[in-house]
Unconditional design. Structure first.
Length: 173
């Protein structure tokens, strides 16, 4: 289901593509039985009183560990064909970097990938913060592909997910 907040003349419009991941997970029991639910992006933006014009579209509803090259191709084609210049992709953190690298083949757009380490529906989550950072970043950055997590902006080839620390970090040279 697409959601939108229409722009006035001359305003930037952000297109959100949801592909699943932890940010949209819904847990059913204490044994970690879950399903990737409806995208939370509209709720998050409404609760934060974000007035930036946007549209959202669900592309996939998958945990990123279940994503494959075919799925990344679907995401890439949807973004390539969409007329929006400013793109935010909500994605699972485990394979976000692989998808970001695939998206580097797209030119003429600012593409920001973000997600969360805990579902948006949890009381304690980084989802709202990461979405807020992504909204600001996509409007400020130059053309290219970026990962926005933990209050930082990374390029896909200069970042890694530090699983024990539960955060993204720059690759040390």
């Amino acid at each position: 289901m697409a959601q939108e907040n229409k722009p006035t003349a001359g305003e930037k419009r952000i297109k959100f593509f949801s592909v699943g991941g932890t940010i949209d997970k819904v847990y059913f029991d204490q044994k970690s039985e879950y399903q990737v639910g409806e995208p939370k992006i509209g709720e998050i933006l409404a609760e934060a009183n974000v007035t930036v014009p946007f549209e959202s579209e669900s592309v996939l509803r998958k945990d990123s560990l279940d994503m494959n090259d075919e799925d990344r191709g679907i995401v890439c084609e949807r973004i390539r064909k969409d007329p929006a210049r400013f793109i935010v992709v909500t994605h699972g953190t485990d394979t976000m970097i692989e998808t970001a690298k695939r998206l580097e083949e797209i030119t003429g757009k600012v593409i920001v990938l973000t997600g969360s380490m805990a579902p948006a529906s949890f009381k304690s989550t980084d989802a709202d913060f990461n979405i807020g950072c992504a909204v600001s970043a996509v409007q400020s950055l130059s053309e290219g592909v970026y990962i926005v997590m933990n209050g930082r902006i990374f390029t896909p080839r200069a970042v890694w997910k530090n699983v024990p620390m539960n955060r993204f970090e720059p690759i040390e040279k």
